[in-house]
Structure formats: structure tokens, C-alpha cells
Ligand binder design. Structure first.
Ligand code: 2BA
Length: 109
């Protein structure tokens, strides 16, 4: 069994959950925040049988679009002595950042 952890944009999340559920996948949706933009995104945990992994990845790739986003530069993690001026930057976000992990055990009690 595999666990897919997919970080997607909020705009794509509902459509992706619907598509996965319609094809029989179990999905857990988490509200998360990106470290760079400090903006909301969505992380999905999807447990799949190994033979259904490729199909799930195809669905993620099909549904999730990359988008340009204008953001102000995030504050430095640890500031100096002030004087920091945020300025707008353009970044391309997504479609999806996906990790695939081997599952050691899967149980439902
Ligand atoms: P954020 O960390 O908010 O990053 C949003 C977008 O900002 C990234 O899109 C990328 O285009 C840009 N970006 C990130 N770090 C940057 C940097 N140091 N310099 C310049 N631009 C930077 P994506 O790559 O599509 O990532 C979307 C979201 O996926 C990320 O949101 C983060 O929540 C997650 N993510 C990406 N890579 C990850 C990783 N290696 N581990 C864990 N989460 C990751």
C-alpha cells in the first residue's frame, strides 16, 4: 500500500476530492499553509493499493493547474533591526506537490 501526500491549491481541492472519491479512493483533506507565501493551501492524504497508484497520480495531474500568483515577499524568519520593506513578486504555484510513501501497516479499528 502507498500513501500519497498531495499539496494543492485551494481552488483545485474540491474538484480533486470529488474526482478521487468518484473513482473509489479514500481521501483526507487538511487545511495547510505554505511556508514561502504563508498563504492557505490544501493537503490531501490518499491511501491507495499499489496497483491503483498510477491512476490516482493521473487524476491529480489532470485536475491541478499551475497558476501565477502575486505575493509580497514574506517577512524574514528572524528579523534584523527593522528596515525590511516587502515588495510584490510573481511566483508560479502548483499544480500539485506530491510525495508518495510506502505504508508499513494499514489498519482500521
Ligand atoms: P509555498 O511554500 O507557499 O510556496 C508557494 C510557491 O512559491 C511555490 O510553488 C514556488 O513556486 C514558490 N517558492 C517556494 N519557495 C521559494 C523560494 N525559496 N524562492 C522562490 N520561490 C519559492 P510550489 O513549488 O508549487 O509549492 C506549492 C506549495 O507546496 C508550497 O507553498 C508548500 O506548501 C508545498 N511544498 C512545495 N515544496 C515542498 C517541499 N519540498 N516540502 C514540503 N512542502 C512543499
Amino acid at each position: 500500500m502507498k500513501l500519497i501526500i498531495a499539496i494543492v491549491q485551494d481552488e483545485d481541492a474540491n474538484r480533486l476530492v470529488t474526482s478521487l472519491m468518484n473513482d473509489g479512493y479514500g481521501v483526507t483533506k487538511l487545511a495547510t499553509t505554505g511556508g514561502f507565501l504563508r498563504a492557505g493551501n490544501t493537503t490531501l492524504m490518499i491511501g491507495v493499493q499499489a496497483h491503483k497508484l498510477d491512476q490516482a497520480m493521473d487524476i491529480i495531474e489532470k485536475v491541478c493547474k499551475s497558476r501565477k500568483q502575486i505575493a509580497t515577499t514574506p517577512s524574514p524568519m528572524s528579523g534584523g533591526n527593522g528596515g525590511y520593506v516587502p515588495f510584490p513578486i510573481e511566483v508560479v504555484v502548483g499544480g500539485a506537490t506530491v510525495f508518495v510513501l510506502d505504508v508499513d501497516q494499514f489498519k482500521k479499528y
